[in-house]
Design a binder for this molecule. Structure first.
Ligand code: PMV
Length: 334
């Protein structure tokens, strides 16, 4: 018996890092996926096959495994221990999400693996898949905000910590550009913790600024989705958005992305390569920022369709770039 599930990668449009400290964040699932296939075996082992290598260990072993295998071993052991009749599991991961560059590869793996392995035993609800996948992700990154797994589970554009989908009527022309520098989310998050310890007051101001920025963005993104009457409940935001609307909604969101980038620069998760990429795109982008933990990884930029063909010349051949389509499905059993 086989069970296959797939989950999308993601980008963080606004709010990375600050979300670990309690602010909201806006995320979108993207059309790059990881597919996980699980099956029973008679080997009394857990076997994991992925492009990062192969692992085979006895069931319930307390073997120290490489960090990238930990979530799979955790999930397999957890599900086997509640189903004594199972002799072994084989888990195969097939991914088109670049690894370690902030596009949600590890969260999508956790979500797809949870749906795939659990599918051998019983059908779980989306909420159960999410909770279990966050537990699995915590085996590699105990401080995770849970935002990545949430958007990989539900798809679309969401405001975390809710799972409310926003901006469904609004398509963004988003470019993703990979600095090709792998990063460690854990290390970047620790660095931000240090920044906070050293200057609690400024960090708290930055969290307030980020929350305010996200309020404005939610309002702008929801403008088409919003039932009439909403504007009366939030007059000042409405006025501020109407003003900006002259510029066009994309210009407004682009500006907000660049503003968010300033906060990320201040908490020191940027570097020269990322700054160079952002400034190379300045002449054609409406706004750009790091997406994910930073210190490498990817940037996102709002670029008008007609300028997309100028991107690779501006960034240089050594950077990988593609335009992101929003995934609306989230995790699916295949
Ligand atoms: O692992 P990445 O690069 O997708 O970054 C995760 C986003 C953070 O806000 C930095 C951490 C978190 O758990 O939300």
């Amino acid at each position: 018996m086989k069970s296959t599930a797939s989950a999308p990668g993601k980008i963080i449009l606004f709010g990375e890092h600050f979300v670990v400290h309690g602010t909201r964040a806006i995320l979108a699932a993207i059309d790059k996926r990881v597919t996980v296939t699980s099956s029973f075996t008679d080997n009394n082992t857990i076997r994991v096959n992925s492009e990062l290598g192969m692992l085979e260990i006895p069931i319930s072993s307390s073997y120290e495994v490489k960090s990238e295998f930990k979530p799979f071993v955790y999930l397999a052991n957890k599900m086997i221990s509640s189903n004594q009749s199972v002799n072994g599991l084989e888990i195969t991961i097939d991914s088109d999400i670049p690894i370690g560059v902030g596009l949600g590869s590890s969260s999508a793996c956790c979500v797809a693996a949870t749906a795939s392995i659990s599918g051998l035993f019983k059908e779980l609800s989306s909420e159960e898949i999410l909770n279990l996948s966050i537990e699995a992700e915590k085996t590699i990154f105990p401080d995770t905000s849970g935002a990545d797994c949430t958007v990989c589970t539900y798809g679309g554009k969401i405001v975390y910590p809710s799972i409310e989908k926003i901006g469904n009527t609004f398509d963004l022309n988003l470019l993703i550009a990979n600095s090709m520098i792998p990063h460690s989310t854990k290390r970047s998050v620790e660095k931000v913790n240090k920044f906070k310890e050293n200057d609690e007051e400024r960090f708290s101001q930055l969290c307030d600024l980020e929350n305010g920025l996200i309020d404005e963005v939610i309002y702008a993104m929801k403008a088409n989705d919003v039932p009439t009457g909403f504007e009366n409940t939030n007059r000042s935001l409405h006025n501020s958005f109407q003003e900006k609307e002259k510029d066009g909604r994309e210009h407004f969101l682009g500006k907000k992305m660049s503003e968010n980038q300033k906060y990320l620069e201040e908490i020191q998760v940027s570097n020269n390569t990322l700054r160079d990429m952002i400034s190379s795109l300045n002449e054609i982008s409406l706004g750009s920022k790091i997406t994910g933990a930073g210190d490498g990884g990817c940037i996102i930029a709002l670029v008008k369709d007609e300028n997309m063909d100028k991107v690779s010349a501006l960034l240089g051949k050594d950077k990988e770039c593609f335009s992101a389509k929003i995934d609306t499905k989230g995790v699916v059993r295949v």
